[in-house]
Design a protein around this ligand. Structure first.
Ligand code: ADP
Ligand code: MG
Ligand code: ZN
Length: 471
């Protein structure tokens, strides 16, 4: 049996986070009443004229900047003509010859570089709901005309694992940069998988299929494994892979022919005569670039290399921009990244772990104040955690709260010195032992002071004061 190389290229769609649609001013909103957010433009009434949403253009450019694409100075919206009931205009406005972003790449953890071909701006179609043969099909045009970006990759992938990592990186960046929500379950991010096999080592690509209807990371992986197996069997049986679009059925765990590419329409793309070409200046690009947050991968690298954090911490702290920003705000107030990381990962995240979008119930300033108090030993860690809970409950500043609650270590130097003198007078053996080998009795002396202050003395301070009395 022959051995094959797997070749995969992706087409990824993500819905942009704009308030309104891309070519009209209808709301871009998920979950409205059917056909509520529609107008003559997005339903394709004759004579209706489109406008273009600047924000959508900017977000597409921003996506390009995330992945190192070249941003075009001249971009054109084109009509892709085809009829389908969810597309009442009978054409989709998209980009073919002059997309907004060209090229780009993402480097995987292995060091392998995955090339992007382009990122372009287009509009989504409406949504069909098939009820039954007798009732028929319902159509909701709310989604029609909402802005999408399409990210097209080169056929650089050779496994489901690579695709999975890549998709996670795309999603992470788009969410971090506030470009898209990328909720796959809601259709906010969709991925079509183009897959072919070729003889091992050959440079000639085989015939590919395109798989659609993949709406979770898991189904993308399963669908790839399935299609590799299916094509291998076809080739091993001496047959040819047919170029076609196949629909993944996640419940059945298999895919089925949707339409064959042989009979694929010629879309007759042409520049939309109602939308002027988009001119993008270097200043426009620089302005968008200046609004870009640092992306998670760069942040992880900074956390490991500059802050000396373990990789694990860096991963957790970059699971959302909110956590990462919060952590960085803390490090600006206190240069103890690992301590801060521990408090966030152990003590704060568990408080919000059930919530999808959360805000920590304590400000970075207050958290840092508590961490400082523990570091300076005015309270110990256990008391620190109690204090954290109280601050969350009362929203009061940690220091004054700890003071009110009597949590602070309040034993003065004089009181410590007095206790040390008392011990010296009572216990001559300790004095002799201290003279012989101080390190052997320091623990005992500190323990004595602690016992006689109800544990409220600062042990560091006690250690500092011992030589004054015993030395
Ligand atoms: P189309 O316009 O028909 O969708 P494209 O050339 O734009 O075709 O390619 C679409 C996707 O298919 C891209 O992600 C590309 O990397 C991928 N692709 C192209 N040829 C192959 C192949 N032989 N095997 C796997 N993927 C491929
Ligand atoms: Mg395609
Ligand atoms: Zn509209």
């Amino acid at each position: 049996m022959k051995e094959y190389d797997v070749v995969i290229g992706l087409e990824i769609h993500a819905e942009l986070k704009t308030k309104t649609k891309v070519f009209c001013s209808c709301k871009n909103e998920f979950g409205s009443k059917p056909n509520e957010n529609t107008c003559p433009v997005c339903t394709g009434m004759p004579g209706a004229l489109p406008i273009i949403n600047k924000k959508a253009v900017e977000l597409c450019i921003k996506a390009g900047l995330c992945f190192g694409c070249k941003i075009s100075n001249y971009a054109v919206m084109e009509r892709k003509n085809y009829f389908y009931p969810d597309l009442s205009k009978a054409y989709q406005i998209s980009q073919l010859v002059h997309p907004l972003c060209i090229g780009g790449q993402i480097e995987l953890a292995s060091g392998k570089v995955m090339r992007l071909n382009r990122i372009h701006l287009e509009e989504d179609a409406g949504k069909l709901t098939h009820i039954s043969k007798s009732v028929g099909t319902l159509v909701d045009y709310n989604r029609g005309g909402t802005p999408l970006i399409e990210i097209v990759t080169e056929p650089d992938f050779s496994s489901a694992e690579e695709v999975d990592e890549f998709l996670k990186r795309i999603r992470e960046a788009l969410v971090f940069a506030d470009i898209a929500n990328c909720k796959m379950e809601e259709g906010g991010m969709r991925c079509d998988v183009n897959l072919s096999l070729k003889e091992k080592g050959s440079t000639i690509l085989g015939t590919r299929t395109e798989m659609k209807n993949l709406n979770s990371f898991k189904s993308v992986s399963r669908a790839i494994e399935y299609e590799i197996k299916r094509q291998t069997e076809v080739l091993n049986a001496g047959e040819k892979v047919i170029q076609e679009t196949r629909k993944w059925d996640d419940a059945k765990g298999k895919n089925l022919t949707m339409r064959s590419k042989e009979e694929a329409q010629d879309y007759r793309y042409f520049p939309d005569p109602d939308i002027l070409p988009i001119a993008i200046s270097e200043e426009d690009i620089a302005k968008i670039a200046s609004e870009m947050p640092q992306l998670p991968q760069a942040r992880r690298q900074k956390y490991v290399e500059e802050f000396g954090l373990p990789k694990y911490d860096a991963e957790i702290l970059t699971t959302s921009k909110y956590i990462s920003d919060y952590f960085e705000e803390c490090t600006k107030l206190l240069n103890s990244p690992k301590k801060i990381s521990n408090w966030i990962m152990v003590d704060l995240l568990k408080l919000v772990k059930e919530q999808e979008e959360f805000v920590f119930p304590i400000s970075a300033q207050h958290l840092v104040e508590i961490i400082k108090m523990v570091e300076e030993k005015t309270i110990n860690k256990t008391v620190g955690i109690q204090l954290l809970e109280k601050v969350i409950e009362t929203r009061q500043p940690p220091k004054s709260l700890a003071d009110k609650m009597g949590l602070l270590v309040t034993i003065s130097n004089e009181q410590i010195l007095e206790l040390l003198q008392k011990l010296k007078a009572e216990n001559t053996k300790v004095c002799e032992d201290y003279k012989a080998a101080p390190e052997k009795v320091v623990g005992f002396i500190v323990g004595y002071v602690m016992k006689n202050t109800g544990g409220k003395a600062n042990s560091m301070l006690v250690k500092q004061l011992i030589p004054e009395v015993f030395g």
